[in-house]
Every structure is written in structure tokens, then in C-alpha cells.
Design a protein around this ligand. Sequence first.
Ligand code: TXA
Ligand code: MG
Length: 325
Amino acid sequence: MLVSATDENIAKAAEILKSGGVVAMPTETVYGLAGNAFDGRAVAKIFEVKGRPQFNPLIAHFADGADVESCAVMNEKARALAQAFWPGPLTMVLPRAKGCPVSELASAGLETIAVRVPNHPVARKLIKACGFPLVAPSANLSGTVSPTSPAHVSESLGDKVNMILAAGSSSVGLESTVVDLSEDKVFILRPGAVMAEDIEQVLGERVSYESGDALSPKSPGLLLKHYAPKIPLRLNAIDLNPGEALLGFSSLKFMGIKGGGAAMSLPESMRRNLSEEGDLHQAAANLFAMLRELDRTEHKGIAVMPVPDVGLGVAINDRLKRAAS
Ligand code: TXA
Ligand code: MG
């Protein structure tokens, strides 16, 4: 449903977001497909609506720079760039803060999080009304160009979103600059309206370009940043080897342990279920957190039960395969 971004409709959009729905919102760069950053199932829905075959990490949008501190570690460089460019088209990749409440799915299992404060009154009003940050990739189907007008969004996503908040064309029309501040050396991961020279001027140091994003890196430096478990992952397991932890999907009733025993009798520390009901949204929302919980060197490995390769299952299996290799 395409509606104009009046205060009343912004309030309605906030209600939809509070109950786990997704809404297309205007920003100064491009329209974003927004969901509650703290709600893993809402984040999973975003990937589903976009039809992304992979879980790319998403940008968390905040109403104010001060709100970022509970989610990301702002170092001195980050504070300087925030002061200079926020609100505005600059996204910073920073270490996740301790106890960061943003869904691990939004970070695609990485220990970093991308954050930005958009310079659009509607986006900021909406985030304020929600009381939580919104993760938002561009509001288009995967593999198509980013939408800079409400009409683009409805052509691409149509009735797959609960609401499209229309507020004219995006003034910048190009996605935000993504700068990686999570390490000593500063990298631009995606060029945008804020130029390398602008950033260099504020920081007083050279920044370099790193081409490719975190999931399809052109440089081996970024390749290392994928979530990789410490212990082996065994996919499509139909039973367990002794000493293995279990990452289940759906019913565990018929999972046995070789040499005797049932998976159900494993201690809690060795057993997680992505979704007892076999719900792929729930499984996606749980994926990275559960992998981390089982990833302990006292386990021989993690046996993963088959996850159906349909809908969100395609992206789940993509990440599992990466983690297994
Ligand atoms: O202008 C924009 O940034 C728009 C509006 C809606 O805010 N959003 C947008 O999101 O372009 P998206 O999901 O299409 O692009 C996010 C980019 C991707 O290239 C992604 O790989 C990168 O940011 N990114 C996000 N989190 C990251 C992380 N933790 N580490 C490295 N790159 C990250
Ligand atoms: Mg995009």
C-alpha cells in the first residue's frame, strides 16, 4: 500500500514495525526496506521480501548519533566523522558493542555493524516513533537498481511490503558511502556521496578503497571477515557422531547418536534447534546466534540437520555452506 508520509501514516508505519512488519521508507539516498533491527524475524522478512539468495549484512539506521553508542563501539575517528557528516549519507562499519541488541542476522554473523543517521525528516520521525533502530537495505528486489522514488519501490516490491511511505524523490539518489572503521586502517567499502577526500580531511589521514562488499569480496582481506566457526561443521546430517553438538531444524525426534542414544537426550549445551516448527523465518533469526553458542572447542564439531532449500532456506544454506568450508 502506497501512502503519503503524513504524521498519521508515519504513526501507522511505526505500529506495523513494532509488530514485526516491514515498511518502505524514504531516505535522502534511496528508499529503504525497513524492519526492527532488534527483531530477528523482522530482519529475516526483509531478506525474504528482497529475494536475496544470501544474507548480506544490513545497515542499522538511527534517529540520532547518540543512540548509536549502545549498539556500536564509536572510536575517536567515528565520533569525528559523525560530527562532520551525520545526519547524512555516510555509513560506518564499527565493532558491535558488548550486549548489542541488534539481531545477529542483521550483521550476517560478523562482529561488526554498519550504522548511519539518515538526513530525511520522515526516516528520522519514523525511527523516533518506533523507539528502536531500523535496518534497511535498498527497497528493491535483489539484482535490480536501487529505488529513488515511491513508484520505483512499488514497481519492484508492490504488495510484498506492508506499507510504502511516499515522500517524493530521494535528493541524493545514490547509496551512502560505506567506510570501515573497525580496524586501524580506514577503508571505503562502497563509494557514495561523501567522498574519500572529505573523509581524509576530517581524519587527517589517507583512506583506501576496498572493492567488493563483505560477502562477495574482491579482496582476500575482506574474505577473512566472514563468520567462520572454530570447529568443523557437518551439513545435512541424518544422525550424530559421538561428541558432536547438534544444530537441529524441525523435530529432533528421529535423530540418533551413532553407537546408541538419542539427540533429544544431549545436554542443553550441545543442542540447539533453529526452529522446532520448521519455520524458516525463525531459523534465519536464530542461525548466527545458535552457531556461536555451539561453536566451542570441547565439541568435536557441529552436525547440522538438513534445511529445506526453498525461500529463506536458500540463504540459510548459503551461509551454512560458507561456514562449513
Ligand atoms: O544509502 C544507503 O545506504 C541505503 C539506504 C536505505 O540507507 N541502504 C543500502 O543498504 O544501500 P544495502 O543493504 O543495499 O547496502 C549495505 C552495504 C552493503 O554493501 C553491505 O555489504 C555493507 O553495506 N555492509 C553492511 N554491514 C556491513 C559490515 N558489518 N561489514 C562490511 N560491510 C557491511
Ligand atoms: Mg542495495
